[in-house]
Design a protein around this ligand. Structure first.
Ligand SMILES: Cc1cc2nc3c(=O)[nH]c(=O)nc-3n(C[C@H](O)[C@H](O)[C@H](O)COP(=O)(O)O)c2cc1C
Length: 310
């Protein structure tokens, strides 16, 4: 069984990937997306989003991190993918799920799901541009406004011989509204028997994982928000941990996160990101819902220090 840390723009940055890799349980991770418009991004852009390129494409604790690309033009995305590999990326992850209006308006992310053939063209172009041993992977939603094209979408990915497909079991229109429709993943698996399919969406607990497995038939999963809400969820699913105490998170994980975020960018970034993580932790721990009410008022690091010791 493999567990992937799902990409989350503005959340799963280098700092989180480093911490989660040290916590353990995750077999692979994906970077924040590198946006591809009409040009080849310079190497510094790749290094900014994916500092792991300077450490053999892996986190410091050794988890592979694939470069995520987002764009609508196959030739341009393929050129950027080739450069990412030259810079040391161990794999490429193509984003066909982003629901953001600006991204979709500029022909990227979930917008491509409206014409499944475009996924085939994109994946094929990227596969042709990168060395043969590089895995080219895709991540989709079940459709744009509805699920009528879901089988065509999956077949396009399968025919392109993508290395694997992560399915976030909702349409773009459904946003993040529960529930995730895991039963559609089962159908995709049935229709595309040669395509490794990874289930994603609303796997918040070990019990959810067991239900998801039963419904989808997938053994591999990707965790996004639930990973942030429960830092050892992957370990729990693998039967290697019990739930971390809130005390452990506050004394061990948050201080290292705050310091590392400040070093990675600056204090303002660290304060903003801490508010974000504490809020997400509140989904699992009532303690963090309480803490969030205090943390959200912090204007700077000095304010934050009065609440969390680091
Ligand atoms: C803040 C945020 C940012 C996201 N950014 C990306 C992204 O860059 N690429 C992508 O493919 N999916 C992205 N997603 C979708 C997640 O990878 C995942 O599919 C979704 O959150 C459902 O899974 P979950 O219930 O485990 O969170 C994002 C989701 C969130 C909440």
């Amino acid at each position: 069984m493999k567990i992937y840390l799902a990409p989350m723009e503005g959340v799963v940055d280098w700092v989180i990937r480093d911490i989660y890799s040290r916590i353990g349980g995750y077999d692979e991770m994906v970077s924040e997306f590198v946006r591809v418009t009409t040009q080849l991004n310079p190497p510094k852009v790749f290094h900014r989003y994916v500092p792991e390129l300077k450490t053999d494409g892996k986190t410091l604790a050794g988890t592979p991190v694939y470069v995520q690309l987002l764009g609508g033009d196959p030739i341009c995305v393929a050129e950027n993918a080739a450069l990412a590999c030259e810079l040391g990326s161990l794999g490429i992850d193509l984003n066909f799920g982003c629901p953001a209006k600006t991204v979709n308006r500029h022909d990227g992310g979930a917008a491509l799901l409206q014409r499944p053939r475009r996924l085939y063209d994109m994946i094929t172009a990227v596969k042709n541009a990168v060395p043969e041993h590089i895995p080219v992977c895709a991540k989709i939603r079940l459709g744009y406004n509805d699920k009528t094209l879901v089988n065509e979408i999956a077949k396009a990915v399968s025919e392109s011989q993508a290395h694997r497909l992560i399915v976030h079991a909702r349409t773009k229109k459904e946003g993040y509204k529960p529930p995730a429709h895991w039963e559609f993943i089962a159908k995709i698996k049935e229709d595309c028997p040669n395509l490794p399919v990874i289930a994603n969406g609303d796997i918040w607990t070990v019990e959810d994982y067991k239900r998801c497995l039963k419904i989808t038939g997938c053994k591999d999963i990707a965790l996004g928000r639930p990973a942030m809400a429960m830092p050892d969820l992957a370990l729990q699913i693998k039967g290697q941990a019990k739930q971390f105490s809130h005390d452990f998170i506050e004394k061990e994980l948050l201080p290292s996160f705050i310091t590392s975020s400040a070093n990675f960018k600056d204090n303002k970034y660290a304060v903003r990101r801490t508010k974000q993580w504490v809020k997400l932790l509140g989904r699992t721990y009532p303690y963090y819902t309480e803490l969030f009410h205090k943390v959200k008022l912090c204007q700077n690091m000095e304010d934050l220090k009065k609440i969390i010791s680091f």
